[in-house]
Design a protein around this ligand. Structure first.
Ligand SMILES: Cc1cc2nc3c(=O)[nH]c(=O)nc-3n(C[C@H](O)[C@H](O)[C@H](O)COP(=O)(O)OP(=O)(O)OC[C@H]3O[C@@H](n4cnc5c(N)ncnc54)[C@H](O)[C@@H]3O)c2cc1C
Length: 456
């Protein structure tokens, strides 16, 4: 069990570092350890009929396994330094964009060809947003869709498995430095390599914290994003989504001057549950295949909460609020915007009588009992601001699902090579706290592989 490079985690970060290493240094012996299953063994048991809500599987097939958290995602690769992570702060803006384009080329080569690239450049919506106190962020977006994203991952896996040794269902329990090498421990044994790339994503954040604590790798953590997922008839946003697909819009609230932003827009998509360490929150998907489309569009509205000293546990704060919604609703809560404005809970009957047919079976309830006032006020203000550029957003029947939480991993202290204070130990992707997206996580994987290929 002696390798040249060990990669922990087979999400986009791990996959792209493995891919690039096989291209640049085919002679290297590489092992990838993954807590979850192989791609075609990943199945979430929730079918909406027999199993309606999360049954807490030992390994969550949505978050873990080949493809990582991104495997069943909408496959939106945003090529931008404006959001999705701060990789550019380590490697420079030009390099970051160049690598994101490179990742896009590989995705096209492995089954993504023919999918659409959208861009906000020169969009007339920038002006319309500005006139309504909204800011449309710049980005090019490759939308693979959940279906094509899965095909690309399958093709990448078929290529990689001939060149790399994969260990699935093998969570790494412990990592140690021994005589300048790295030894990983798992249930069935141990393995060793001179270089180790950690890419454990959001689901591995607690594990990452332990590693940093045990190895004295400095970290910091102070941010969490909280909010709701909005679902409305797709026609209300179609003038934006048909042209831009995903519009990242930011609003500064009048009351508290907080930043509220749209996040993860899914035209004609579905709202889904997300399980992070047993806490059920909400997310969304959409499909490239027109036959799988729904009549609705969904997107998140998130308020960023930055904490200052002495409070350090921003994720704990987000978790507590998500737990509260799980306690009241047994999972995700759904509420009509009109009910929220009138200070009353939604009921099954009120939702059934509404115009918007929910795509997720959530519990009708009252989000004002869950979300802090400041956050809820910010969301309501932004819904009215969006109503000016997409009339109908503030309709009574617009559905709000809660809570959506975007946990940020604590940031691991890394140098310009994404290397820790230990030589040969790299941390990439969302687990590093540096990236929060498919394109940034993948680009960070390529970057570290380039560094290793050059050095060895
Ligand atoms: C439902 C959903 C939809 C999304 N949609 C989009 C989107 O459209 N666009 C976008 O840019 N981003 C999206 N994201 C976010 C995106 O998926 C992540 O930013 C991206 O997957 C991060 O890649 P990563 O490799 O850093 O981590 P991950 O993808 O989280 O992969 C980490 C892997 O490490 C494994 N692991 C963890 N701990 C261990 C351990 N101790 N030992 C071994 N293996 C371990 C996990 O099982 C996992 O497979 C979405 C996320 C979700 C959940």
């Amino acid at each position: 069990m002696q390798y040249d490079v060990i990669i922990i985690g087979a999400g986009p970060g791990g996959i792209f570092s493995a891919y690039e290493l096989t291209k640049k240094r085919p002679e290297l012996k590489i092992a990838v350890f993954e807590a979850g299953h192989e791609l075609d063994r990943r199945h979430c048991p929730i079918d909406g009929k027999k199993i309606k809500s999360c049954i807490q599987c030992p390994t969550c097939s949505i978050m873990n396994g080949f493809g990582g958290a991104g495997a069943f995602s909408d496959g939106k690769y945003n090529i931008t330094n404006d959001f999705g992570g701060t990789l550019y702060e380590y490697i420079g803006k030009e390099k970051a964009i160049q690598l994101m384009h490179y990742v896009d080329e590989i995705n096209m080569e492995y089954g993504g060809a023919g999918t659409k690239m959208y861009s906000t450049a020169g969009s007339e919506f920038k002006k319309i947003c500005m006139q309504n106190k909204l800011q449309l962020l710049d980005a090019s977006v490759r939308h693979l869709g959940t279906d094509v994203n899965y095909v690309v991952l399958g093709n990448l896996y078929r290529y990689l498995k001939e060149k790399v040794t994969f260990y699935f269902d093998t969570p790494i329990q412990k990592l140690e430095q021994q005589d300048g090498s790295y030894r990983v421990y798992f249930a069935q044994g141990t393995a060793k390599a001179e270089q180790c790339i950690i890419s454990v994503g959001r689901s591995g954040s607690k594990w990452m914290e332990n590693v940093c604590r045990e190895m004295n790798i400095p970290t910091s953590s102070n941010r969490v994003d909280l909010g709701v997922r909005v679902e409305l008839p797709a026609v209300i946003f179609s003038h934006l989504t048909d042209k831009l697909y995903e519009s990242k819009i930011v609003y500064r609230t009048e009351k508290f001057e907080d930043r509220v932003r749209t996040f993860c827009m899914n035209p004609y998509g579905i709202v889904v549950n997300e399980n992070t360490d047993g806490i059920v929150t909400v997310n969304g998907h959409s499909f490239d295949d027109p036959s799988l489309r729904t009549e609705n569009t969904n997107f998140a509205l998130l308020v960023s909460k930055h904490f200052s000293e002495p409070f350090k546990d921003s994720n704990g704060y987000g978790e507590s609020i998500a737990r509260l919604s799980n306690m009241l609703g047994g999972g995700v809560i759904v509420q009509r915007f009109g009910d929220l404005e009138r200070g009353r809970r939604s009921t099954r009957v009120r939702i059934e009588e509404g115009m918007v047919r929910p795509t997720l079976a959530a519990t009708p309830g009252d989000l004002s009992l869950v979300l802090p006032k400041r956050i809820l006020d910010g969301i309501i203000e932004m819904i009215y601001a969006l109503d000016k550029i997409a009339p109908g957003t503030a309709n009574d029947d617009t559905l709000l699902y809660g809570v959506e939480v975007k946990f940020y991993n604590m940031e691991v202290e890394l140098d310009e090579n994404l290397e820790t204070n230990y030589k040969g130990l790299y941390v990439i992707g969302d687990g590093s706290g540096v990236t929060h997206s498919l394109s940034h996580a993948s680009a960070s994987g390529v970057y570290v592989a380039e560094r290793i290929a050059q050095e060895r």
